[in-house]
Design a protein around this ligand. Sequence first.
Ligand SMILES: [Zn+2]
Length: 150
Amino acid sequence: MYPDIPISYKKIPVAQNFLMYEFFYPDFSAWYKIFAKSFLLSSSLINAAQVIRTFFGQPVYISSVYRPKDTYGFHRYAMAINLHFGTDLVTLAKLKTILRDHRNNPPLFKCLRETGITGFGLESNHLHLDLRQFYFNFTDQIGQYQLFEI
Ligand SMILES: [Zn+2]
């Protein structure tokens, strides 16, 4: 679950539908491209992005990953990722509904939990996933997690 994959701006596959640079570009390069060429990312987050991509069968975009200058949150440690569906807010709404209904154990939720995801944040235009090991709100039968809305 902890950062284990060196991520850089390379157009090489890291999952069925994702190239490495998609995880690098969003925030990190804008701040650090002059000083650093890579950072470590948890493969759990890459796998989670692929789970969502496969489930919906349409492009998923990564808007944020590593934000080392943040003062709080899991993006500081490259232990969080933000995903969106471009202008397709219908699919995002569908995803939110599935996650809110997690107690029925829909396949998507179980798959995300199996990748190691423990934090689920629902925002107006994207989904935040993270690998928190503490500060859970509650526990259910398939593990600890937090579902929150901003
Ligand atoms: Zn986030």
